[in-house]
Design a protein around this ligand. Sequence first.
Ligand SMILES: Cc1ncc(COP(=O)(O)O)c(C=O)c1O
Length: 264
Amino acid sequence: MAVSLKGELLRRSSVAGTRFTSSSWFRSIEPAPKDPILGVTEAFLADQSPNKVNVGVGAYRDDNGKAVVLECVREAERRIAGNQFMEYLPIGGSIKMVEESLKLAYGDNSEFIKDKRIAAVQALSGTGACRLFAAFQQRFHPNSQIYIPVPTWANHHNIWRDAGVSMKTFRYYHPESKGLDFEGLMNDMKAKGHFPFFDMAYQGFASGDPERDAKAIRIFLEDGHLIGLAQSYAKNMGLYGQRVGCLRLVDCFKLQLRCRMLHE
Ligand SMILES: Cc1ncc(COP(=O)(O)O)c(C=O)c1O
């Protein structure tokens, strides 16, 4: 592999080698700022108080502050333990996992699933799904913008900025009433023809019922919108470290082959 920098060619593993030293290659690179949420975890770990509680990350914890592993996850572990299947998955990930994820989001009897109107791929948890969508947006709609809600998960800004998508913000939250800022929302979203993208990182956390929490998505579909959806299983399945997620786009069926557009 070779990388061209200021007209010069840097070769990796070339015998002729290059006069660039690693320090000159990395000189212009600033360390990334610390993630504000993970910074809270670092401060928590450094704190010596015996009574400390970390409320910086939305994660299940037992009375001793340890991560809770759900019984269904333990059961799944038991079932796959010793499984000899270590082969590559298709490039879109585990088809079975993606199919089950579709049902969780859209319902077992969804017409969209039956009609194969949803293109979907496995992703590196919710963050990876958002990043894939941002890259998709940048590639296929380079002049489009992303409207990011205020407030939101801080990483949304980094993800779309790094993908090179221009960003705007919109209000939706009214801090005094802790309700919807309808006026702010309507003022900020005056332009028509938006494509709704949902980042569903907590399905089941709002009401305790995953079906009920998926209602917003299903209403948008019933109203005839095309939507994009990032799904994460970090919080609701307690799979924080496994990085399991999905990206799906409704009505990419014109591309004929499910998932094709994310492979090209
Ligand atoms: C709204 C939102 N989306 C995505 C994520 C990231 O999820 P994951 O850990 O699955 O990448 C978070 C995590 O805090 C979140 O709050």
